[in-house]
Design a protein around this ligand. Structure first.
Ligand SMILES: C=CC1=C(C)c2cc3[nH]c(cc4nc(cc5[nH]c(cc1n2)c(C)c5CCC(=O)O)C(CCC(=O)O)=C4C)c(C)c3C=C
Ligand SMILES: [Fe+2]
Ligand SMILES: [Fe+2]
Length: 353
């Protein structure tokens, strides 16, 4: 008789099945029809997404996906995610079964959960692959898992790693990857996180009125703002900057990938690029610690688009710091999360950063 196993489910955001326009359209529709991503009434979302955003955006997105798509390995996000799953399975050994899913498209969450069910696992540890908690990412993953499992008759023990923004090994890998580029040869550092509409943060403290600048989210993280994406992004930044010995003046935190006209978290990366170029900075080293794998947002948006913009503003170089990808220490961090050695809940000591 085979022995009982523990289940682990890694979940990242998702990528199209191919960079062809119909596949990119299907991906964008599933992604942007998620009410946690475009958080407006369903009928308005349907009109906006199906009638305006997807028809206009898909051809251009497809071109960008074609630019980053590898002829052998396909989407970088899926390639590194598969590698992370494989390496984690090797570290955990036979008593664990590790599945990978994407919130949108494939491999799907229903398929991964069906595999775990077939294995009759004792427990499932869900690890959304987003260091900082956001309703649009981790929240959406949790909601989808709940929706799929609703019909199950028996439930294994369930747990979720909500966030790992202050994971020491993660910080160490970003710092080591930066050191390969000789940070002393750069004159400024950016920490560019994926942005969010500001209204998606209003309820992070349960008041419905949260305002990051009043709550001090850029300066500290504590019991009052522990679920705030902005507070977690700044906390990650302080940890990486501290590990590299950077002073507050040496770096700027910014937020990229704005979509639509509503206010998103500021400062926007484009504005910061303009500002630092105007201050005479020529060489930028850019961290992207909202992602655990290189993807369209790092390789193309930072490595190509922002690099071009910075040159137009008078700068010279934008160097992206490689993401966690298949780094051995990152796989150990995943192993610790999978084994429950790190719950993802910050302890009181870790809260005072
Ligand atoms: C921290 C992770 C992410 C957050 C937060 C997030 C929010 C968010 N994203 C969009 C719209 C788009 N994002 C797109 C790509 C994309 N986004 C993330 C991660 C986060 N998104 C990743 C990892 C990727 C890349 C996937 C890949 O295949 O490499 C895209 C698609 C590409 C494009 O057309 O630009 C869109 C659209 C919104 C609206 C949002 C918050 C509400
Ligand atoms: Fe995104
Ligand atoms: Fe905040």
């Amino acid at each position: 008789m085979s022995k009982a196993k523990k289940g682990v489910l890694l979940i990242n955001l998702g990528t199209p099945d191919s960079p062809a326009v119909p596949d990119v359209k299907r991906y964008l529709i599933e992604f942007l029809m998620d009410g946690r991503v475009i958080d407006i009434p369903a009928w308005r979302r349907a009109l906006l997404v199906r009638g305006i955003i997807v028809p206009f955006r898909a051809p251009n997105s497809a071109k960008v996906y074609q630019a980053i798509w590898d002829s052998q390995t396909g989407s970088p996000l899926l390639y590194y995610s598969r590698m992370q799953r494989q390496l984690l399975q090797e570290r955990l050994g036979d008593s664990y079964h590790v599945e990978l899913a994407m919130r949108y498209q494939n491999p799907s969450i229903p398929a991964a959960l069906a595999n775990l069910k077939k294995k009759n696992v004792d427990s499932i540890r869900i690890i959304p692959l987003f260091p900082q908690y956001a309703s649009a990412t981790t929240g959406s993953v949790i909601e989808k898992v709940m929706e799929v499992m609703r019909g199950w008759q028996t439930f294994p023990e369930l747990s979720v790693v909500n966030e790992f923004y202050d994971n020491e090994l993660m910080v160490e890998v970003f710092a080591e990857n930066a050191e390969k580029h000789r940070p002393e040869t750069y004159d400024h550092f950016l920490f560019s996180y994926h942005g969010l509409p500001v209204r998606q943060l209003l309820d992070v403290d349960g008041t419905g009125k949260h305002v990051c600048d009043q709550a001090g989210c850029r300066e500290r993280i504590d019991e009052t703002n522990k679920f705030c994406y902005v507070a977690q992004c700044y906390a990650t930044t302080r940890s990486i900057a501290g590990r590299l010995g950077l002073k507050a003046d040496d770096y700027t935190v910014c937020f990229q990938s704005r979509l639509g006209k509503t206010p998103w978290i500021q400062p926007y990366t484009s504005d910061v690029l303009k500002d630092v170029a105007a201050r005479g900075k020529k060489r930028l080293l850019v961290f992207s610690p909202a992602f655990v794998a290189d993807c369209l947002e790092t390789i193309y948006e930072i490595g190509t688009e922002y690099a071009t913009e910075f040159k137009e503003f008078g700068g010279e170089t934008v160097q992206l710091v490689e993401s966690l990808n298949d780094h051995a220490k990152w796989i150990i961090a995943l192993e610790q999360m999978a084994r429950g050695e790190l719950t993802g809940w910050p302890t009181s000591e870790r809260l005072t950063l």
